[in-house]
Design a protein around this ligand. Structure first.
Ligand code: CP3
Length: 345
């Protein structure tokens, strides 16, 4: 039925060599990215200009022939589209207003959400058309931040080391926390279903801060929301494939993979692929998990580390990727060498 390698793996087939794409593959390490980005006034402008975002999404496909293109957007587009506000500060990262309790949840503008995400959906449509035309074996991946990670940025007002305020709130005011999570879960379902309608074949949930939670809160705020999103998408976008990435989940990745109802789970850099191969149920593919810094180093060290990941998962449905996003100081030639060596058998 389907020929695309990534879709074959997500349907449960073990391919050798495994297909490959890299998180943050469209980004600042590429000179063509920096040139394209300079055309937009700011990062939000780049994410919401369909021509430019389509071009940036396709850059790593053109340069390396990756097996997947991932939509050039950001997980924080969702709170922005709910009217919560967002700016990206050079050298600081994303800055958002801190959520103002129940009033802040009530103020989220669900009525304006569809209009604000329209340019992103247009990027999905244009990218899907370009891939059909020029790269018919390349899979288009859409994504959203998982509700917990998006809540982290909204509650902390940006990035954070400990996420102490998010965790405090989850203990101290579970009703408020649940109210925020409900809005995020429901709007994430809409947003992902719309991406599937626009041509995304795979949808990925990035839960970058899942690993700050103890097991009971992880079950409630990471696994359960992923299961709700997955169940709703199975109905609204039948046929779409789902990947969840609860970063730094450690041993909790096993329960997440068993119960969330996804087609694949991402492994972060600290996960032992041999452990994951045994702990993740057979029907769930795994994705990952080369250390992004090994790609900065390149050479023999990258070679050995990449083949160790690839070979550990031989015989299992596996999509080769990094354990976290590619970093800006990565030499583009090292990425090309990585793709070649993963594909060489
Ligand atoms: O993977 C891809 O190529 C697709 C696009 C993508 C971006 N962000 C583009 C981006 C994806 C999937 C994301 C996800 C994202 N964004 C996550 C989850 C994954 C992770 O990294 O843990 C998170 C936590 C964010 C929030 C975010 N966006 C941060 C913390 C930053 C600033 C950090 C930095 O590197 O400066 C961003 C900005 C951002 N999003 C960039 C890109 C390419 C940097 C862009 C630029 O300055 O031009």
């Amino acid at each position: 039925m389907t020929e695309k390698p990534i879709l074959r793996v997500l349907a449960g087939e073990a391919l050798w060599p495994p297909p490959i794409w890299l998180m943050r593959q469209a980004g600042r390490y590429l000179p063509e990215y920096r040139a394209a980005r300079a055309e937009a006034a700011d990062l939000l402008g780049a994410f919401t200009t369909p021509d430019l975002a389509t071009e940036i999404t396709l850059q790593p496909i053109r340069r390396y022939g990756m097996d997947a293109a991932i939509l050039y957007s950001d997980i924080l587009i969702l709170p922005w589209a709910l009217g919560h506000g967002l700016r990206f500060e050079e050298g600081v990262g994303p800055v958002l207003p801190r959520l103002d309790g129940q009033a802040g949840v009530a103020a989220l503008d669900r009525g304006g959400f569809a209009d604000r995400v329209a340019p992103v959906l247009e990027t999905v449509r244009r990218t899907a058309a370009a891939l059909r035309r020029d790269y018919p074996a390349t899979t288009l991946i859409g994504f959203a931040g998982a509700p917990f990670t998006v809540a982290c940025y909204m509650i902390e007002g940006g990035g954070s080391r400990e996420h102490a305020e998010v965790r405090r709130l989850a203990y101290a005011d579970p009703a408020l926390f649940a109210a925020l999570m409900d809005v995020l879960i429901e709007t994430t379902i809409d947003y992902l279903a719309w991406q599937a309608e626009a041509g995304a074949e795979v949808l990925m949930l990035f839960d970058s801060w899942a690993g700050v939670l103890p097991p009971p809160l992880f079950a409630a705020h990471v696994t359960a929301p992923a299961a709700r999103v997955a169940a709703a998408l199975r109905k609204r976008a039948p046929g779409v494939r789902l990947i969840g990435f609860p970063r730094l989940a450690g041993s909790l990745l096993a329960g997440y993979a068993r119960t969330a109802g996804l087609d694949a789970v991402g492994m972060d850099t600290a996960t032992d692929p041999l452990w994951a191969a045994a702990a993740v149920p057979d029907g769930v593919a795994v994705q990952g998990n080369l250390d992004p810094i090994a790609v900065v180093a390149g050479g023999e060290a990258m070679h050995a580390a990449a083949l160790a990941v690839r070979d550990a998962l031989r015989g299992r449905p596996h999509i080769f990727n990094l354990g976290h996003g590619i970093v800006p100081q990565t030499p583009p030639a090292h990425v090309g060498a990585l793709v070649d060596l993963v594909r060489a058998v």
